[in-house]
Design a protein around this ligand. Structure first.
Ligand SMILES: C[S@@+](CC[C@H](N)C(=O)[O-])C[C@H]1O[C@@H](n2cnc3c(N)ncnc32)[C@H](O)[C@@H]1O
Length: 235
């Protein structure tokens, strides 16, 4: 009898960090190509919006946490900011395609001084972290008072028609395209890892608990992506 197809299991807590790092090392060479293809180029628009919401002054130093191949660093640079990229995957850093300086480091233990950056960005990485709270605490620690963080992440659309179409595309088509051009296991993990994201508005509470304020959530492209913006209070 034919067995029903099962999704690959998610890594356990102790395996997650290493599994994620190795996975990004593996998919790095074709990561940009697949991003453009799978999002129909919309990812470029989401990044531009992220940078716009930073409100960092020209020449301001912005740390892009979990920078991957550097697309956000590039958008920050084009907007006149001094981007610094940080990621823990050497493979992604090897495929880095921006001129920004790089740090090989962990988002949960950022090797940067307190109150030393004019902004922080982070694109599509929250669900890959072992824990979100230590990352948010680190962001609150390194931001200068009055400066902002802008976090991009996937989201679940509220409209049920968009939700159905998006769910089919994200859970069935993305792994298929990923398998054709890169690594099926990795592109099956990416939609499944949404389970690691906090429920609905829970993330807003978590950001506030880290000490950041004025938290705003913007829904992009029918709610398939969320942009979270928050500020470190002025002293
Ligand atoms: C989906 S990619 C996003 C890359 C890039 N920000 C973008 O928008 O295209 C997630 C990135 O998070 C990085 N990452 C995951 N956990 C990390 C951690 N704890 N510290 C640093 N980087 C991490 C991965 O290596 C990978 O480059």
């Amino acid at each position: 009898m034919k067995q029903p197809r099962k999704k690959p299991p998610l890594p356990t807590f102790s395996e997650k960090e290493l599994t994620v790092r190795k996975m990004f090392d593996r998919i790095a060479p074709r990561y940009d190509f697949l991003n453009r293809l799978m999002t129909f180029g919309l990812d470029t628009r989401w990044r531009k919006k992220t940078v716009k919401h930073m409100h960092a002054h020209p020449g301001g130093k912005v740390l892009d946490v979990a920078c991957g191949t550097g697309d956000l660093c590039d958008s920050l640079h084009k907007a006149g900011m001094k981007a610094v990229g940080m990621d823990f995957s050497r493979g992604m850093l090897k495929s880095f395609n921006s001129n920004a300086p790089l740090i090989n480091g962990d988002a949960l233990k950022i090797p940067i001084h307190d109150s030393s950056v004019d902004g922080v960005t982070c694109g599509f990485a929250l669900r890959n972290f072992l824990d979100i709270n230590p990352f948010l605490n680190e962001v609150a620690r390194i931001l200068k008072p009055g400066s902002r963080v802008a976090i991009l992440e996937v989201d679940e659309p509220e409209n049920r028609y968009i939700k159905t179409v998006h769910s089919f595309y994200f859970n069935k088509i993305v792994p298929l395209i990923g398998g054709l051009f890169s690594d099926k296991a990795a592109y099956s993990y990416l939609p499944s890892s949404v389970i690691y994201l906090p429920e609905k508005n829970e993330i807003i509470k978590m950001i506030e608990q880290s000490g950041l304020s004025n938290v705003k959530k913007f829904r992009l492209t029918g709610g398939i992506v969320q942009l979270l913006v928050a500020e470190k209070p002025k002293n």
